[in-house]
Ligand binder design. Structure first.
Ligand SMILES: [Zn+2]
Length: 247
């Protein structure tokens, strides 16, 4: 069993206090997270301060050695779309757009990273929402993908997928490679305490993102689709039947 940590929605107006808090906890246990960065955030629901781009770059450079960089789209703004490849989302920054349009979004994003001397290797789709064209574009730019409902890493269209199932650290039932995805901007004090109490016991099971690239590929795309369908049914039942039953 191997674990990874991903932190979403890093941008210039983020909740810096929470980000510093989680990075210092991870640093204490020698865990290097993947940070999903939005170069040009337009989503006001995740803004917490008025810091400038220079402030943000200074902060990123200070933390550069202890994080891996992930491309979290370009501006975190969404359009209505058909279902995503995973997790059934129907709003997206990428899904349903043409190859040219999607490639332009990722090109804009990568231009920002490279102009600041950062070289990300990972694509993290905002809202887990992307389609098969997005996968082609990730292949074009040499990006691996942090997403997918599998319990082991797999390849699709020659692109490496590191699955992402859980939004909190836990011990899953089956052995595999698991990513725990946190959103530091909205974490509460109890979330930090809960995370640290997990790390105290299990920090040795965490690996670095670069290590994944040399691991044996044991998962497969078809199984990821089967697990995804089970996940969708499970959520449907939980959100309809159990909600009604409780009310
Ligand atoms: Zn996001």
């Amino acid at each position: 069993m191997k674990f990874l940590i991903r932190l979403d929605d890093c941008h210039k107006n983020q909740h810096y206090e929470n980000w510093d808090k989680i990075l210092s906890i991870l640093y204490k246990y020698n865990i290097k997270p993947l940070i999903a960065i939005i170069p040009n955030n337009n989503d006001t629901s995740i803004e917490f301060c008025e810091n400038t781009e220079d402030d943000f770059l200074t902060w990123l450079i200070q933390n550069k050695e202890n994080i891996d960089f992930g491309v979290h789209g370009f501006n975190h703004s969404f359009h209505k779309s058909s279902k995503s490849m995973y997790k059934s989302r129907s709003t997206s920054e990428f899904n349903d757009l043409s190859y040219v349009e999607q490639r332009m979004i990722l090109q804009n994003s990568l231009d920002w990273f490279r102009s600041n001397d950062f070289y990300p290797n990972w694509f993290v789709a905002p809202r887990h929402s992307f389609d098969k064209i997005t996968v082609d574009i990730c292949k074009f730019f040499g990006l691996s993908i942090s997403d997918g409902t599998e319990i082991n890493i797999f390849k699709y269209k020659d692109v490496l997928f590191v699955p992402q199932l859980y939004n909190k650290a836990r011990i899953p039932l089956f052995s595999g490679v698991y990513t725990f995805c946190y959103h530091p901007n909205s974490m509460s004090d109890s979330d930090f305490i809960e995370l640290e109490s997990f790390l105290v016991n299990y920090y040795q099971m965490f690996i670095e993102w670069e290590e994944v690239k040399i691991m044996k590929v044991k998962g497969c795309y078809l199984r990821s689709q089967v697990i995804n369908n089970i996940w969708i049914i499970q959520n449907y039942v939980r959100n309809t039947f159990f909600k009604k039953y409780r009310s």
